[in-house]
Design a binder for this molecule. Sequence first.
Ligand SMILES: [Zn+2]
Ligand SMILES: [Zn+2]
Length: 139
Amino acid sequence: MTNKKVTGSCFCGEVQFTIELPTLFCGHCHCSMCRRPHGAAFVTWTAVPTNQLTITAGENRITRYQSSLKGTRSFCSNCGSQLFCQVEENEVDIAMAALHGPIDRLPEEHYYFDSRADWVDINDNLPKLGGADGRQPLD
Ligand SMILES: [Zn+2]
Ligand SMILES: [Zn+2]
């Protein structure tokens, strides 16, 4: 039996990929290193083990940018869509906005909430985490 798969792509469609469920987490990241390249108030990520991500088209269009000591971000060199962020060797974050359909969970937490943009109101009931690694309870 094979697990359910969800397809995704960049904005121009040159880069196509598939993730295989189950995912590892899903949450909103408010750190500045996510906000700036995505041009967004925050970025909603999910993640899968690296071997559950398959690039099905446009591998040659993917540009990888090392955005921190451990983090490498991947985007489409044609349209600029941010797609993936790899921090751990065996795990890759997938921008939810690049996926074409629902996954096996909804966003569960806010990360780096103490770094959030002050021009957007977040009024949901999800846990708001922050601190040095972005995942500590605030207050
Ligand atoms: Zn593209
Ligand atoms: Zn982030």
